[in-house]
Design a protein around this ligand. Structure first.
Ligand SMILES: C[S@@+](CC[C@H](N)C(=O)[O-])C[C@H]1O[C@@H](n2cnc3c(N)ncnc32)[C@H](O)[C@@H]1O
Length: 237
């Protein structure tokens, strides 16, 4: 079974763009795997992301944050050797526009990297993650934040196909080795559920959303939790 570090280890990064970078979690994976990177730029629209990113990469002069909308990248054509988007396509109002922008700023021969969770082919314990993610999406959407339900594998592959890349690779990434009923998991996820429950309680469909939150809490304790399989898609422009 592939892992992100090994897949990225086959590529040389040079000048890298991480779109919708958040606090830069995917950049940590890039740093572990990608060879030969010279500079990494993370872009995101969120101020909170900017603060967390800046703190996470304090003192790292070759890793920068720029506040920017993924659907209108303020970079010249062919500016980067590697472009990445992780866990974020389902947050974009029009993912095709974002992917087209990423392709525009990628140099010919440069590498595209997409990392995105999918809903099908998951075990029962991984489905806990998918269902939780869908619940987060419902609450965010009710508050006006773009957050779709988890894509199917076919939907993600269809987005990739639009890019007409070459040397395309599709890897399934999962970590099913851990104990799905480890009490530490509930200790970690409990406060996340609490935060979403608090937000759900203020929405017009609070009763339904809060009931789903409690079902998820029960599911974590009875069925357990594993992170869902993510697709790691790579290809060259
Ligand atoms: C689930 S987070 C993923 C963060 C990171 N890539 C990771 O893998 O942990 C989704 C991110 O997309 C960002 N985002 C949403 N819409 C955006 C847009 N139009 N342009 C740039 N970033 C956006 C959000 O602010 C958030 O940080």
């Amino acid at each position: 079974m592939a892992n992100v570090k090994d897949v990225l280890g086959h590529f040389s990064g040079s000048k890298v763009l991480d779109v919708a970078t958040g606090s830069g979690s995917f950049i940590h994976l890039l740093l572990e795997g990608l060879r030969g990177w010279t500079e990494i730029t993370g872009i995101d629209t969120s101020e909170r992301a900017q603060t967390a990113f800046t703190e996470a990469f304090k003192g790292q002069k070759k890793i920068h944050f720029v506040k920017m909308d993924a659907s209108k990248l303020d970079f010249a054509d062919a500016s980067f050797d590697t472009v990445c988007i992780a866990n974020s396509l389902h947050h974009m109002p029009d993912p095709s526009v974002v992917l087209a922008e990423m392709k525009r700023v990628l140099k010919p021969g440069g590498r595209f990297v997409i990392f995105e969770m999918c809903r099908d082919g998951q075990t029962k314990t991984q489905m806990t993650h998918v269902l939780m993610h869908d619940w987060w999406g419902l609450i965010d959407s009710a508050e006006g934040i773009c957050h779709r339900a988890t894509y199917s594998r076919q939907e993600i592959l269809a987005l990739l196909e639009q890019l007409n890349l070459v040397d395309v690779q599709v890897h399934d990434i999962h970590a099913l080795g851990e104990d799905p009923l480890d009490p530490a998991i509930l200790a970690q996820l409990g406060p996340v559920i609490d935060r979403y429950q608090e937000r759900a309680s203020r929405l017009s469909n609070a009763a339904m959303l809060c009931a789903r939150g409690e079902e998820l809490r029960k599911r974590i304790k009875t069925i357990g939790f594993h992170s869902a399989t993510e697709l790691l898609l790579t290809g060259k422009k």
